[in-house]
Design a protein around this ligand. Structure first.
Ligand SMILES: [Ca+2]
Ligand SMILES: [Ca+2]
Length: 109
């Protein structure tokens, strides 16, 4: 039975290939494949963005070797970046909880 982290890593690869296999090079995401991935898998994140060109902007940032396609390594840096942002929110939330517990006492008696 795989651990949560092992499953998460496997899912990352699975999701990447679900989109990268659609057209052209099956190991890389083209512009439209990446757009589909973002719109389907990260729709909440996308909706929070005001820049209508955010997908293209992110894609340009991620394309480290400048070949116009995103390989798995390039794609993963997006996931890492978003995970770090997510962890910061988590940390903030934890601190609020701690703060509340310390100053207002635990909510359940
Ligand atoms: Ca492809
Ligand atoms: Ca690339």
């Amino acid at each position: 039975m795989p651990s949560d982290l092992e499953r998460a890593m496997e899912m990352l690869v699975t999701v990447f290939y679900r989109y990268s296999k659609k057209t052209g090079n099956s190991n890389t995401l083209s512009r439209s494949e990446f757009k589909q991935l973002m719109e389907t898998e990260l729709s909440t994140f996308l909706k929070a963005q005001r820049d209508p060109n955010v997908v293209d902007r992110i894609r340009n940032d991620l394309d480290a070797n400048g070949d116009g396609e995103l390989n798995f390594e390039e794609f993963v840096s997006l996931v890492v970046g978003l995970s770090v942002a997510c962890e910061q929110i988590y940390q903030l939330h934890e601190k609020q909880e701690q703060c509340r517990n310390r100053y207002c006492g635990p909510s359940k008696h």
